[in-house]
Unconditional design. Structure first.
Length: 331
C-alpha cells in the first residue's frame, strides 16, 4: 500500500502553504476545476465594489437593528424602562403627568440606560483574503469588508464609539449618520490599500482600556502571533471577538489530481501529484488549527465566532451583535 504524502510542516504552515494562502491552478486544462479568482489589483477593484458593499452593509445592519435591545436598567436613553413613584424633591419636569393622572401619586418615567463604549474593528488586509474557491462565492475579503461595515453601521447607529485598527495609526469614527459610515468605508479602503504581503496583526497598544475588539480575518496566521495579540488584549484589559471568515474549500480541500498551488504572499509554488490522497490529513490539520485558535481565545477570555463565505452574513452579524450586547455565548 502506497503511503500518502506527508504534510509539509505543522498545521499552521500547511494551512498557509497548501491552500488557504494559495490560488489553486491546474497543470492540465481538463482537470475539471473551476479557476480561482485572480488576486485583486487592490485599490481600483476595491473602490469599484465599495458602494455595493456599503449598501449591503446598511441593509444587513438595519435587519439586525430591528431586534436591538437596551441595557435592561434605568438610565439615560430613549427607550422606556419603567414608571416609579416620584421622590421628595424630584424635579417637576421628570414627572409623567399622563401616568400620574391615573393614580393619586405622581410618577416619574424612566428610560433604559444606553452607555456608550469603544469598539475597535480590524479587517484582515492580507493577500490571503483576496481569494475564493469558486466564481459563485464572494472573496473572503469582500465578506470581511461587508461585516466590518455592517457592524460599524450598527454600532454608529447606537451611538457607540468606533475605532478602526490599521497598520499605522488607529482611526476614530465619530457618530454622525450616513456620513459616519462613509468615513469608516474610506478609512477601511486606505487600510486595505497597502502592501498585501504585510500580514501583521494589530498592536494591543492601539486599543483603549476596557474596550471591545472585533478581529475579522481568516485566522490562518501563525499561532504564536495570534497568541501574542490575544494575551496583549487581555492585559489591557480588553475583550475581543475573533470572527473567522473562511472559504468552504479551506476546510474540505475538495480538489483531486495533479494540482499546483501558487502562493499569494510570496510563498514558493507547491505542486501535489495526488491531492485526494492527503485530504484526510489536511482536514485533521485544519481542524487542529481551528481548535488551537478556539483554545487561545478561551484561555485569554475572548470569544471565537465562525463564518463561511457560502453562508448569509446576517448570521455572523447577529452573533457579533449578541456578544457585544452581552447576550451571546461567554468564553
Amino acid at each position: 500500500m502506497t503511503r500518502p504524502p506527508s504534510l509539509p510542516g505543522r498545521a499552521a504552515a500547511f494551512l498557509r502553504r497548501a491552500l488557504a494562502r494559495h490560488v489553486p491552478m491546474t497543470d492540465t486544462p481538463d482537470a475539471g476545476l473551476i479557476p480561482a479568482a485572480v488576486p485583486l489589483a487592490a485599490a481600483e477593484n476595491l473602490v469599484a465594489r465599495m458602494p455595493a458593499l456599503i449598501l449591503s452593509a446598511q441593509r444587513i445592519a438595519a435587519t439586525v437593528a430591528a431586534g436591538h435591545h437596551g441595557r435592561r436598567q434605568a438610565g439615560p436613553g430613549e427607550d422606556f424602562w419603567q414608571f416609579r413613584p416620584a421622590q421628595p424633591g424630584e424635579p417637576v419636569t421628570r414627572i409623567d403627568w399622563r401616568q400620574s393622572a391615573r393614580s393619586s401619586r405622581a410618577y416619574v418615567r424612566e428610560t433604559e440606560a444606553e452607555a456608550a463604549q469603544t469598539v475597535c474593528l480590524w479587517c484582515d488586509p492580507s493577500a490571503s483574503m483576496r481569494w475564493r474557491s469558486m466564481p459563485t462565492l464572494p472573496l473572503k475579503l469582500d465578506c470581511a469588508i461587508l461585516l466590518t461595515l455592517a457592524l460599524g453601521a450598527l454600532l454608529l447607529r447606537q451611538g457607540e464609539r468606533v475605532r478602526l485598527l490599521t497598520p499605522g495609526e488607529p482611526v476614530d469614527i465619530p457618530p454622525g449618520g450616513r456620513a459616519a459610515l462613509d468615513r469608516l468605508a474610506v478609512a477601511l479602503m486606505r487600510t486595505l490599500d497597502h502592501d498585501p504581503a504585510d500580514t501583521s496583526l494589530p498592536h494591543p497598544q492601539q486599543v483603549p482600556r476596557h474596550a471591545r475588539v472585533v478581529l475579522i480575518g481568516d485566522g490562518l496566521c501563525g499561532l504564536p502571533a495570534m497568541a501574542t495579540l490575544l494575551r496583549g488584549l487581555t492585559a489591557r484589559p480588553a475583550h475581543a471577538m475573533l470572527l473567522l471568515v473562511n472559504d468552504p474549500a479551506e476546510a474540505e480541500l475538495p480538489y483531486a489530481g495533479h494540482i499546483r498551488f501558487s502562493g499569494l504572499e510570496g510563498e514558493e509554488t507547491l505542486t501535489l501529484p495526488g491531492v485526494e490522497q492527503i485530504r484526510g490529513a489536511y482536514r485533521e490539520a485544519y481542524t487542529r488549527h481551528q481548535a488551537d485558535l478556539e483554545e487561545l481565545c478561551r484561555v485569554n477570555g475572548h470569544l471565537l465566532i465562525r463564518h463561511a463565505t457560502d453562508h448569509r452574513p446576517e448570521e455572523a452579524l447577529l452573533a457579533l451583535h449578541a456578544a457585544l450586547s452581552g447576550r451571546g455565548e461567554r468564553p
